[in-house]
Design a protein around this ligand. Structure first.
Ligand code: SF4
Length: 429
């Protein structure tokens, strides 16, 4: 039985227990959240990964995506990225390779870390079809399902599957008549090209029962992909994106009814004044299924710093109720990330998730402790509390103050020290 089926029966599984312990919430809270489709735990019967709860009432989780490209195939670098992702606190990893031996790379990454690993099976199905036939439009329908099963057999815990791009979605896009930034989802682009050329329905939609059966067999989480997500601020929240969201939310219900845990994915590029509407829509239409925000990137004009544009979007998304955010690295839109970029992306996303949770759940204890440590000029405690311990320590140690109680920002005129010396009797901590 799946985690969802067991939760509906009232059974508490070891995974639910681990999540409840990590999140410091009652066991029943996790079990009931899963039973209601509001919480998921990425899983696979073939691989034991760390139990990570995603959804309502749990801390916002961060995904790091890695993977080769057709230009850069460096297995050792991808393994290093996977290790960096785990070391710097990503909650999940998506292995999205598109270059080299995709089965071998995935299997090596799965062995390298113990985080739940996700994938986008349409990449491999499309790329292997292009390698064999020279074009994605000759991709065989059965082959998509074979690839999906192969990846699940290997131990993939959650998959972004592009089921919601159907003929209705494409009709919305056609009638809208524009897309300033085109289609930027690779899976979305592959499937759109296949459907338009073959004049056929998306098999992931027309044979959705088959998709559901596979996820049920391996007890994995189905993440309904956002193939129509905007790749430009001027395309955000358009008819095609919302049409796909509606279809994904209908499919989410269908999969949940069959006992499969589901996440619904969101955009993309969005100006900050549309983020709340996107979260409300997804939550309302999906009966509060976990919402996975890809970024979102909040301006198009900061290449090189898109980990920052996305962190701004992720913090707001989380504060409005998004449950899961995908990091963005500095080379987004420019190049394949290096391990150092993965680290920067994860740290930015973790800061964003924390800021979101400060609003969503009033999780502010750590900030209070930091205020007290700063007031006491307790540098050890400040480093310990920092999300970015290593960086904070490195900066401080490189510019050591003459008075070790202060820092070189104000030196002997340290405001905190002056006030502490004058008003020790007023100290509140
Ligand atoms: S020296 Fe200035 S910046 Fe540094 S701890 Fe004191 S008040 Fe803060």
């Amino acid at each position: 039985m799946t985690q969802l089926e067991l939760a509906r029966k009232g059974d508490i599984t070891p995974l639910m227990r681990e999540v409840a312990q990590d999140e410091r919430v009652p066991l029943e809270f996790v079990m009931e959240g899963i039973a209601a489709g509001k919480i998921v735990i990425p899983n696979n019967i073939n691989r034991q990964a760390k139990a990570v709860g995603i959804g309502k009432g749990l801390c916002t989780k961060v995904n790091a995506s890695i993977g080769t490209s057709s230009d850069i195939v460096d297995l050792e670098m991808e393994l290093e990225k996977a290790r960096v992702a785990q070391q710097y606190g990503a909650n999940t990893l998506m292995e999205l390779s598109t270059g080299g031996d995709l089965d071998m790379i995935r299997q090596r990454v799965l062995k390298e870390i113990n985080l739940p690993v996700g994938s986008v099976p349409l990449y491999q199905a499309a790329i292997y079809s292009i390698r064999e036939y020279g074009t994605v439009v000759k991709m065989k329908e059965d082959f998509i399902f074979e690839v999906m099963e192969k990846q699940l057999q290997d131990g993939i815990s959650f998959m972004a599957v592009h089921c919601g791009i159907n003929t209705i979605t494409l009709e919305r896009l056609r009638k809208q008549g524009y897309r300033h930034g085109g289609l930027v989802s690779r899976g979305g682009a592959f499937m759109t090209a296949w459907m338009m050329h073959n004049e056929k329905e998306n098999p992931l939609y027309s044979q959705f029962d088959r998709v559901v059966e596979l996820f049920k067999k391996y007890d994995a989480v189905l993440s309904l992909g956002n193939g129509m997500r905007a790749g430009a601020i001027h395309d955000s929240t358009d008819r095609a994106q919302i049409q796909e969201l509606i279809i994904n939310c209908e499919l989410a219900r269908q999969a949940q009814d069959a006992g499969v845990q589901v996440i619904v994915e969101g955009p993309g590029h969005i100006p900050i004044d549309e983020i709340e509407a996107n979260v409300i829509l997804q939550k309302r239409l999906s009966n509060e299924a976990p919402f996975y925000m890809l970024g979102p990137i909040t301006t198009d004009v900061a290449p090189g710093y898109d980990h920052i544009t996305a962190a701004i979007g992720a913090a707001l998304s989380s504060s409005y109720g998004a449950d899961f955010i995908c990091y963005v690295t500095p080379p987004e839109h420019l190049a394949l990330p290096y391990p150092e970029d993965v680290k920067e992306g994860i740290i930015a996303a973790r800061i964003a998730a924390h800021i979101g949770d400060m609003v969503k759940y009033k999780h502010r204890d750590k900030d209070l402790a930091m205020a007290h440590a700063r007031k006491q000029l307790d540098w050890g405690k400040q480093f310990e509390l920092a999300i970015t311990t290593e960086k904070a320590q490195e900066i401080y140690n490189k510019r050591k103050p003459a008075d070790p109680g202060t820092c070189t920002m104000c030196g002997e005129y340290c405001a905190i020290k002056i006030v502490n010396n004058l008003f020790t009797e007023c100290s509140l901590v």
